[in-house]
Design a protein around this ligand. Structure first.
Ligand SMILES: NC(=O)c1ccc[n+]([C@@H]2O[C@H](COP(=O)([O-])OP(=O)(O)OC[C@H]3O[C@@H](n4cnc5c(N)ncnc54)[C@H](O)[C@@H]3O)[C@@H](O)[C@H]2O)c1
Length: 336
């Protein structure tokens, strides 16, 4: 299939683009580079620089190329920022997704895989299943839920076939067959726990901050489920096959099914790096739920998805390999 990957210069999108190419598809990456990196785009993918806000530009692209499916990663992703700048998130995530959907419908493209998030759920003490109640703790999570609702109605009204994949915390780096890290995390600003933590043993940060120690969890810090980007990528390839085989509406969690507290992640990072670096406790940030852990049983049963990285040590080791080999990430610094 010929696939348009929006946000394919970003962290998860570039890994998925590489997996689609490896599975024999042809790929065009569409990215404004507001947050992404040209160097992350896999060799073999075409690159179109553009913004989803530009509907006329999208029309030209869809006129020039026939896409069999769209895989939609492009979005703003910082839950904390979304609590300060809600309009920025409603515009880029919700309104620009509506632009994409309208252009797809106009050009007869009716297959979409969408990057949703654990952020659509309310916190829960046991692993979340897809039918659990939603209840975002942040504007960011709300935008993901609104996009899922839009897809539901495009499915009902114009037959858009879609898979909403609810990722939990994406992490780790892609390694080649020799174990050399080829693609990793490089967000600007970085807000994710594992890369921030690894900046301390790298000498780029004095200490890792623990935001809040009074959450409703055994050690008082937030609990999250960490899933490797290669496992996310392989799920996208399976979801596209399933949509091709006639499925019309799929909603799947993607996680490891095991939660780790912030303190546990920091301890494992100390083990992996061999550095006993400092952590400093500070106030909560708005928009953080107590505990978000996935049950991914549905996609394992339906699509036979088998995550390769189930051990957080191995995931953090892959990230550490990337950050030590590329201490300045891709070497650019998107300003968006
Ligand atoms: N990283 C995670 O832990 C995580 C977890 C759950 C869901 N997600 C979702 O997965 C997707 C990818 O996340 P990521 O970590 O790779 O983020 P990222 O910021 O690395 O990638 C997003 C890409 O989209 C591009 N982009 C943003 N707005 C655009 C626009 N209007 N037009 C064109 N390009 C645009 C950026 O330049 C960037 O390359 C996002 O939709 C995010 O909400 C990520």
């Amino acid at each position: 299939m010929h696939i348009l990957v929006t946000g394919g210069a970003g962290y998860v999108g570039s890994a998925a683009a590489a997996h689609f190419l490896a599975a024999g598809h042809s790929v065009a990456v569409f990215d404004s580079l507001v947050k992404g990196h040209r160097a992350a785009i896999p060799a073999g993918a075409a690159f179109v620089q553009g913004d989803l806000a530009d509907v006329a530009g999208l029309d030209v692209l869809f006129q020039a190329q026939h896409f069999d499916a769209v895989v939609h990663f492009a979005a703003f992703i910082e839950a904390g920022e979304s609590m300060q700048l809600p309009g920025k998130y409603f515009l880029n995530n919700v309104s620009n997704t509506r632009n994409l959907l309208e252009v797809m419908v106009r050009h007869g493209v009716r297959r979409l895989i969408f990057s949703s998030s654990a952020g659509v759920y309310a916190s829960k003490d046991t692993p979340l299943v897809e039918d659990d109640p939603t209840g975002p703790a942040s504007v960011y999570g709300e935008t993901k839920l609104m996009m899922e609702r839009m897809l539901h109605w495009y499915h009902q009204t114009v037959g858009m076939r879609y898979a909403a994949l609810r990722y939990f915390n994406a992490c780790g780096a892609m390694l080649d067959a020799d174990g050399t890290p080829i693609r990793g995390e490089d967000h600007h600003p970085e807000t994710h726990l594992i890369p921030l933590t690894l900046q301390v043993p790298l000498g780029q940060r004095d200490a890792i901050l623990i935001y809040g120690t009074d959450y409703n969890t055994p050690d008082g810090t937030c609990i999250r489920d960490y899933v490797h980007i290669e496992d996310l990528a392989s799920a996208h390839v399976l979801a596209l096959d399933a949509l091709g085989a006639g499925e019309g509406r799929l909603v799947y969690n993607l996680g490891n099914g095991r939660g780790y507290s912030v303190r546990e992640v920091i301890d494992i990072a100390r083990e992996v790096t061999g550095v006993d670096f400092p952590a400093v406790e500070t106030e909560r940030r708005p928009g953080d739920a107590d505990r978000l852990v996935a049950s991914s049983g549905r996609i394992q049963a339906d699509l036979d998805w088998k995550p390769r990285y189930t051990d957080l040590r191995e995931i953090i080791a892959s990230a550490w390999a990337w950050h030590t080999a590329h201490p300045n990430g891709y070497g650019d610094a998107p300003a968006g």
